[in-house]
Design a protein around this ligand. Structure first.
Ligand SMILES: [Zn+2]
Length: 467
């Protein structure tokens, strides 16, 4: 059996400041090497100060992943030299004096499969290396320290995954969960990174490092399984090693460096005392946890009679579920869910489009009410939605600007129906014996009115004329 385990690094992107200094956690908007200070640069004499908000947010992640959360946590120095690490050590966590990391022993269900979470720890992100030049002769490496010290949560799983598909499903669940908690924005470049370990039946474990996105993680795991199976089939020994993911060539490459825990000379970070989290803080965090995705889904299905699949899509995306929550009333919930999942999702399917979209909960409410009262057809509502997302105009304005209102004036509608009846004599004859054919005639009326005929009224008028 194939065994896959993951180590996921997730930045707490929504925090105000870095983990041990007042520099901004949102380093992406800064000029290179301008979001730095003596603390995150590790200058002599500087002392780290722990960001308490980061401890709280990381604890919320632990709680959402059903982990136990110890009352006392400790920080450790992980010593190694690398240009992206100005202090020559990273402040992280380790369970050497008992469980002193933020969380442990949790689990997540992926379909019917239980994935155990070994440990969750809080640590600082190193800086970022930038490579310039394209040949080995003229390539230089530059370092940007804006990222150094950004709060990072590491989530370590047991090797419970059996295939890349489970890995992908887990990553989807995890990124939805983090987004729902309002703690991290997984869509930001570099906000989610991962290492994986892979072993096939009876063979040694291989670690893959340096996977920069969730998309590549699934590919890397898939590649590694295929590589190991092909070696195994040819009776070639699989070496226990660390391999790097080459995201240009989409393959894993053996890397000579192979550090063991001992090489890092872990020791307690003396500049940060042990942190005690009292039960009151835990209680407060628990009561402030946002409603979970599964509970939202359940509520949508049972309270608003939204179909299972629609509720699934709606609840798992915070942007859409927030819009839904702010706009629905008892009478239009299903209609709004429908507008969001069938039409809106296609219009705002990227981060940029979401940010520039002008739609508000009021717009959605107006749209749903207008469809339900027969003021506009679903088809016209779709056109109106497109205009609203682009311009933010009121629905009434959009209806009049684009002439989208339903034709519900009886005499006007009767004229069109009479035209259809004279053009479709055969179908009219058939409709007398086969009630299904009447839908065809309704369709013809719709075509003539460019989808603006009130369908209910059209059907009634047609029935009267034909009988
Ligand atoms: Zn700093």
């Amino acid at each position: 059996m194939t065994k896959i385990g993951l180590e996921i690094h997730c930045q707490l992107t929504n925090l105000e400041s870095k983990l041990f200094c007042p520099c901004k956690a949102n380093y992406r908007s800064y000029e290179i090497n301008t979001n730095i200070c003596p603390i995150c640069m590790g200058l002599p004499g500087s002392l780290p100060r722990l960001n308490q908000e980061a401890v709280k947010k990381a604890t919320m992640i632990a709680m959402a992943l059903n982990c136990s959360t110890p009352e006392k946590i400790a920080f450790f120095r992980k010593n190694y030299f690398y240009p992206d690490l100005p202090k020559n050590f990273q402040i992280t966590q380790l369970n050497i004096y008992g469980d002193t990391s933020i969380g442990g022993a949790g689990s997540v269900m992926v379909g019917d499969k239980k994935i155990r979470i070994t440990r969750i720890q809080l640590e600082e992100d190193p800086g970022r290396l930038i490579y310039e030049g394209n040949s080995s002769k003229n390539q230089i490496t530059l370092v940007d320290y804006n990222r150094a010290g950004t709060p990072l949560v590491e989530i370590v799983t047991e090797p419970d995954f059996e295939n890349p598909k489970q890995v992908r499903e887990f990553l989807n669940i995890l990124s939805d969960l983090l987004e729902n908690l309002g703690i991290s924005d997984p869509s930001l470049e570099g906000a989610m990174r991962a290492d994986a370990n892979v072993s096939i039946e009876g063979e040694k474990k291989v670690e893959i490092k340096n996977i920069g996105s969730f998309h590549d993680l699934e590919k890397a795991v898939h590649f590694e399984i295929t590589r190991q199976e092909s070696l195994h089939a040819r009776d070639i020994e699989i070496v226990q090693e660390t391999r790097h993911w080459d995201d240009k060539r989409k393959i894993t490459i053996s890397s000579r460096s192979k550090e063991e825990a001992l090489d890092y000379r872990y020791f307690l970070e003396g500049d940060i005392p042990w942190v005690k989290i009292d039960s009151e803080t835990f209680e407060k965090l628990k009561s402030n946890m946002p409603e979970s995705i599964s509970s939202k889904k359940e509520r949508y299905v049972s309270n608003h009679h939204i179909p299972n699949q629609v509720a699934d899509v709606l609840s798992s995306d915070k942007f859409y579920s927030d819009l839904f929550e702010q706009s629905y009333t008892e009478s239009n919930a299903k209609e709004i869910a429908n507008i969001i999942t069938t039409d809106l999702m296609g219009l705002v399917d990227t981060r940029e489009k979401r940010e520039s979209s002008k739609i508000t909960p009021n717009h959605l409410r107006d749209l749903a009410d207008s469809i339900q009262s027969g003021k506009i057809s679903r088809n016209s509502a779709k056109n109106a939605l497109y205009e609203i997302v682009k311009t933010g105009k009121d629905l009434a304005q959009v209806i009049s600007d684009l002439d989208l209102g339903n034709v519900s004036d009886e005499s006007e509608l009767t004229k069109t129906i009479d035209e259809v009846i004279s053009e479709e004599a055969g179908a009219v004859e058939q409709a007398k014996t086969n009630p299904q054919t009447i839908n065809y005639l309704v369709g013809k009326v719709m075509q003539k009115t460019k989808g603006k005929a009130d369908p209910k009224m059209t059907l009634e008028l047609l029935k009267k004329k034909i009988e």
